[in-house]
Write a protein that binds this ligand. Structure first.
Ligand code: SF4
Length: 214
């Protein structure tokens, strides 16, 4: 019996070999949801093979889709700077997204971010689970509501629970904070400065836990 497309999962595209390289290559051909037709390419996670901390965002943006690399656009640059201020070495981290293709809609000549739906998040989740199980990080940091609700449950509220370490079977420590793109969208400079400061404070909690586990 043929299966409904809505049931397709990324797991069906898994490689035989269990290595990050094999998973990255296999994800390049994933067609488990319709987003493969919209983005230019799969944007798999990247970073240190022995990363102690994984940062998980929602999905690649315009620049990430063009480059084929996660967190290289404006939000990624904000994350880089915030990591330096928090005392976390980005070369010792791994960055990825819940959904590996850029979902967008046209506005004039621009490609505007569109939030992935539940079907797309569920279809793509096996790639993220594979990254986590291969890397075995000490800490997972969810950046924004989509990542937090995907990994911590739909009841999770970043606004109320940001910066709190939550018990999880995924890693010894898991915590959520805002997505750096939300800081960039702040309505004025003062709000942006305050939100950036709160973001760095959340990252400092991550740095503190990392220092205790060394
Ligand atoms: S978004 Fe994820 S599940 Fe959908 S096609 Fe891309 S890699 Fe596959």
């Amino acid at each position: 019996m043929s299966r409904d497309k809505s049931e397709t999962s990324a797991e069906e595209f898994f490689p035989g070999r269990k290595s990050l390289k094999a998973f990255r290559e296999a994800a390049a051909d994933c067609k488990a949801c319709d987003l493969w037709e919209r983005g230019i390419q799969t944007v798999f996670g990247e970073g240190a093979r022995h990363a102690e901390v994984i940062f998980v965002g929602e999905q690649p943006g315009n620049e990430e889709d063009l480059a084929g690399k996660p967190f290289v656009g404006p939000a990624g640059r904000l994350l880089d700077d915030a990591l330096i201020e928090a005392g976390i070495d980005r070369t010792q981290t791994y960055v990825t997204n819940v959904v590996k293709h850029f979902k967008w809609e046209p506005r004039g000549k621009r490609r505007i971010h569109k939030k992935p739906n539940t079907r797309e998040i569920v279809a793509c989740r096996p790639w993220l689970e594979a990254e986590i199980s291969l890397l075995k990080p000490t800490i997972i940091v969810c950046l924004g509501a989509t990542a937090a609700q995907s990994l911590l449950g739909p009841q999770f509220r970043v606004t109320k629970q940001r910066g709190q370490f939550i018990e999880s079977t995924l890693a010894p420590y898991i915590v959520a904070t805002v997505h750096p793109s939300s800081i960039l969208r702040a309505p004025d400079d003062e709000t942006r400065r305050l939100e950036r400061r709160r973001f760095i404070d959340d990252l400092k909690k991550v740095a503190h836990v990392l220092s205790k586990t060394k």
